[in-house]
Design a protein around this ligand. Structure first.
Ligand code: FAD
Length: 393
């Protein structure tokens, strides 16, 4: 016999309520039965699995990924655990969920007015409406606060001009766009209809990580945004955008935990069955040392995700605390994926065994929501009191 579930080994099941854990187990069983057998065909074709949308809606997992009162999300801890389960099967599916729930929906929920919340959040929760969240531009990635997409007041609303890139789900219904107000130079958030006149969106091709996620290059040419789509609490980068980045970076730690769980759970099964030199390869010391490293890293990531979630739920957490966790978790997960891939020998490069997917996908998570370097610097700024983003002149 062997330990087949890394989430259960240190009883992480105890950190959520019995009822939520029952939902988690139902979700895991559903994902293994309905998604696992077909997802890799979509991964291979780099295609988003549209057929899953009505089925995912039925599971109601998005109700858990959205805060109350519109969703069932009782805490970010519960939300994180559910997101990890999606990522354990495919980090692209986990990323789709976090863009939809942790970025787009959370922005409207936290920074929108009552009308916007009532209009959009239930539709987003039920996946009747799907979409993305746009901060990154062609010329401004890490240096996001320098972004150059602009909004200008016009009769009844605003005119939007500029570009966004890497936008996950940017070919769907709506997105949140962060743009500079030409009058006061502040960065503001808007809900933009992706079918509006002047919006041109193209899916980025040749991506070797998170293959089912449709990342888009989008240009806005004199796009009219009605006044009612301006997010009234999103009128400043530090108070608006940064608040959402804290939330979504925290959720990335859970996606990373899910990737590591997927690696361990697949590896243990494989090495227990595969025989060489007349014995299961799990009997070899070198395999056990690597497996121990995978398990320990996975638990460290889960502990980090757990602790920052508790702090978030207690409303006592800083940008630096989350940034350090995001940097650490993604960096450790790179080792987990590498070891897992290596332990499966030749079969380690086949999608079906998960580890090669993890190996490629973790590179995207290491980079999005702020690279490892940038998150280390956000943490470093808080630890030292000195910002080190710019080379001194
Ligand atoms: P750059 O900023 O050009 O950085 C290149 C390198 O320079 C990196 O190694 C970086 O760490 C380093 N570097 C930069 N500045 C510094 C510094 N001051 N000190 C030290 N090193 C530095 N964005 C969105 O808005 N919405 C999305 O939905 C979205 N989804 C994404 C999905 C994927 C798969 C990917 C890969 C990206 C996505 N992004 C999205 C964009 C992502 O947030 C950026 O890629 C990321 O912030 C890094 O920006 P960049 O790629 O322009 O790299």
């Amino acid at each position: 016999s062997y330990v087949d579930s890394s989430f259960d080994y240190y009883r992480f099941t105890d950190i959520i309520s019995k009822e939520d854990n029952e939902f988690r187990l139902k979700l895991r069983a559903w994902l293994e039965k309905e998604v696992q057998p077909t997802i890799n065909d979509y991964v291979e074709r780099a295609e988003f699995p549209e057929e899953y949308i009505p089925k995912i809606r039925e599971t109601q997992v998005f109700h858990y990924l959205v805060d109350q009162p519109f969703g069932k999300g009782k805490s970010i801890l519960t939300q994180g655990v559910m997101a990890a389960e999606l990522s354990r099967i495919d980090a692209g599916l986990g990323t789709f969920a976090i863009v939809q729930a942790g970025l787009l929906t959370a922005t409207i929920d936290q920074l929108g007015n009552e009308n916007q919340r009532q209009k959009y959040v239930p539709l987003l929760r039920d996946l009747q409406l799907t979409g993305g969240w746009g901060l990154t531009e062609n010329k401004f990635g890490s240096d996001a606060t320098s972004l150059q997409t602009t909004v200008q007041k016009t009769e009844g609303g605003w005119l939007l001009n500029g570009d966004k890139t890497w936008i996950g789900n940017g070919n769907r219904d709506i997105m949140v766009v962060w743009a500079r107000n030409v009058e006061n130079n502040k960065i503001q958030g808007f809900i933009v209809d992706l079918k509006a006149k002047g919006v041109r969106s193209e899916v980025l091709k040749h991506k070797l990580a998170l293959r089912i996620v449709q990342n888009c290059q989008i240009t806005f040419t004199n796009v009219f945004i009605p006044e009612e789509n301006m997010l009234s609490k999103a009128t400043d980068f530090q108070k608006g955008t940064a608040k959402i980045l804290l939330h979504s970076r925290l959720m990335v730690c859970w996606l990373v935990a899910g990737i590591c769980m997927g690696v361990y759970d697949n590896v243990i099964k494989y090495i227990s069955n595969r025989k060489q030199f007349g014995v299961p390869i799990s009997s070899f010391q070198l395999q056990q040392e690597k497996l121990a490293r995978i398990m320990s890293n996975t638990q460290a990531i889960l502990l980090f995700a757990h602790r920052i979630s508790q702090m978030y739920d207690n409303k006592k957490i800083t940008l630096g605390q989350v940034a350090l966790a995001k940097a650490f978790c993604t960096e450790r997960a790179r080792e987990v994926a590498r070891l897992g891939r290596e332990m499966l020998g030749g079969n380690g490069i086949i999608f079906d065994n998960y580890v090669m997917k993890a190996f490629a996908d973790i590179e995207a998570l290491y980079t999005y929501e702020g690279t490892y370097d940038i998150n280390s610097l956000v943490g470093g700024r808080e630890l030292t009191g000195v910002a080190a983003f710019k080379v001194p002149k």
